[in-house]
Design a protein. Structure first.
Length: 143
């Protein structure tokens, strides 16, 4: 195995440079960071190939997103992590049920949910406009 790696490194200087970069990053890590990397690697190796393929595809899709969408997803993930464990588990269960729905039913559910959110936004906007008119409009006598 080492012979093969050496042969690849000698044949491809770019691969050797990449290897040097990885070594430098590794050496710059704290012991706790190294332990986390090793633990993650072990978990990765223990995963079934199907799960690894799913994660690779998720990573590929995430990498293809525009920066603003990536940032929005990161912010949602941070909000999710701040939730209480019971709340996170409820959301995971809802997501599992959503994933298990037939595609047509799931799409209908998501479309209806988007429509409801849009209606709530419009209603809040209407209340906000009425409040602004009330507060910014002419003052009534006697008040």
């Amino acid at each position: 195995m080492r012979f093969l790696l050496l042969a690849v490194l000698l044949a491809c200087p770019a691969a050797a440079h990449a290897q040097d970069d990885k070594r430098a990053r590794w050496e710059a890590m704290t012991p706790a960071e190294r332990a986390r990397v090793v633990e993650n690697f072990q978990r990765w190796k223990a995963m079934p190939p199907e799960r690894r393929a799913e994660l690779k595809e998720s990573h590929r899709r995430f990498s293809a997103l525009p920066p603003e969408e990536k940032q929005a997803l990161r912010q949602r993930w941070k909000r999710f992590q701040k939730l209480e464990p019971a709340q996170r588990e409820r959301l995971r269960e809802r997501f599992r049920r959503l994933k298990e729905m037939a595609p047509e039913k799931r799409e209908r559910f998501l479309r209806e949910r988007r429509e409801m959110r849009e209606q709530r936004r419009e209603q809040r906007g209407d209340r906000g406009e009425r409040r602004e008119r009330r507060e910014g409009g002419p003052k009534r006598r006697g008040r």
